[in-house]
Design a protein around this ligand. Structure first.
Ligand code: GDD
Length: 377
């Protein structure tokens, strides 16, 4: 039997001819080139079904605050397949609502072989690297752990990518804390400002930033660094300032706490963005940013922490006393962080869209509805 040839005239026909003159089993008669063509079709169809033609996006830190909001944002998009990593003891309250829509892998980024296995299996086209020890005070009580998690975790990730021989776009989530001791005449802070870190956490973020830069320069790894200024919103753990105050206020509303709010340094000035705007920025950084570059993501508005407390109190309409808790004061607190995100806006068209008042309102609402799992967070 003679089979039609799917390939242009000349290509592959020779095999059909050979098979005509010498009777062969079915496979020879069918023709090499036709067989290859059919195999390719089967492969393409299978891959299409399993998301092979989709962009594979890996989020490290997906169980956390920004990571879970980023997943929410990406799950709205077509043609993306989202992968996440967790450790066996990771908390799951932030991911319960999308756990079935994401492919999860057990991985600890501090373990090089675990990270390598992950990257070899997922072979991502895009990586958002958000996993980190992110609370500044913890970096004083556990500096080695903060440096190991943040710097070694990133090193393992970059090495795994390099050794696997893939070249995905990688966002490295840096921080405004890297700027540290900013002088009065350096505000609003541009990406070109000197980095003068004031905590082990900030040092770890400078390390991450520089490591990413070095991989870009040395190996052409397509890294885009973002320096996110403060961000907050629903799901923010209660150790961070806005969430800390909002949770205390809600506990007072519920009558489970005396009407006294414990605070730290109310004089510090920070530049806040809603987390939902921030993660949209992360996506734009990889979609429209340039590998090797670094971008500030911020609102450009500086707010005194004391003023944020007053806003929350007036939004909730509670009567409270304020008491300074010595334990909340830091060995050195960055006095003022106000950013300039002109470079990022120009590159990506990003603009924050959620007002700070709405962010605080949503945060209060989050704590009012929070389940037990969050309350201990
Ligand atoms: N947490 C907390 N609790 N902070 C307080 C309090 C309080 O009761 N009272 C005053 N503060 C002051 C802190 O001293 C600091 O100056 C400011 O509020 C913000 O503190 P955090 O919310 O803990 O955030 P951060 O600025 O130290 O770091 C956050 O933002 C960075 C980006 O600039 C974290 O999210 C970092 O991971 C992130 O990189």
């Amino acid at each position: 039997m003679d089979f039609p040839c799917f390939l242009p005239k000349g290509l592959g026909q020779g095999h059909n001819k050979i098979s005509k003159s010498r009777p062969h089993p079915f496979i020879w008669n069918f023709g090499y080139w036709n067989l290859i063509f059919v195999c390719y079709l089967v492969f393409a169809i299978c891959n299409f079904k399993e998301g092979g033609v989709m962009t594979r996006v890996l989020i490290t830190g997906i169980t956390g605050f920004a990571g879970s909001h980023l997943a929410d944002y990406l799950l709205e998009k077509k043609d993306l397949k989202v992968y996440g990593i967790k450790r066996w003891r990771s908390r799951t309250e932030n991911i319960e609502h999308f756990i079935d829509k994401i492919e999860f892998y057990e991985c600890d980024l501090r373990d090089a072989s675990s990270t390598r296995d992950l990257i070899e299996v997922v072979r991502p086209n895009m990586i958002f690297h958000l996993a980190a020890q992110s609370f500044v005070p913890t970096s004083w009580s556990a500096p080695a752990e903060s440096l190991e998690t943040n710097i070694m975790g990133e090193l393992n990730l970059l090495e795994a990518v390099r050794r696997t021989g893939i070249n995905p776009l990688i966002q490295i989530a840096g921080s405004s804390e890297e700027y540290g001791a900013v002088k009065e005449n350096e505000v609003p802070i541009k990406e070109t400002n000197p980095l003068r870190p004031l905590s082990p956490y900030a040092v770890s973020k400078v390390g991450q930033d520089m490591l990413a830069y070095q991989y870009f320069k040395s190996y052409g790894t397509r890294v885009i660094r973002t320096r996110g200024f403060n961000h907050t919103g629903p799901r923010r753990p209660s150790v961070f300032v806005c969430s800390d105050f909002a949770k205390q206020i809600v506990d007072i509303e519920k009558g489970i706490k005396k009407p006294v709010i414990e605070v730290g340094n109310l004089e510090a000035i920070r530049d806040f963005t809603d987390v939902r705007d921030m993660v949209r920025g992360y996506w734009l950084a990889l979609s429209k940013g340039t590998p090797g570059e670094v971008y500030n993501i911020c609102s450009g508005t500086g707010r005194k922490i004391g003023d944020i407390l007053s806003m929350l109190i007036s939004l909730a309409g509670v009567k409270v006393d304020i008491r300074v808790d010595e334990h909340k004061l830091r060995p050195s607190d960055v006095p003022r962080l106000i950013g300039d995100s002109t470079k990022f806006k120009t590159a990506t068209g990003w603009e924050p869209s959620i007002s700070f008042e709405k962010t605080l309102q949503d945060l209060l609402e989050f704590w009012r509805k929070a389940q037990k799992a969050y309350k201990s967070g």
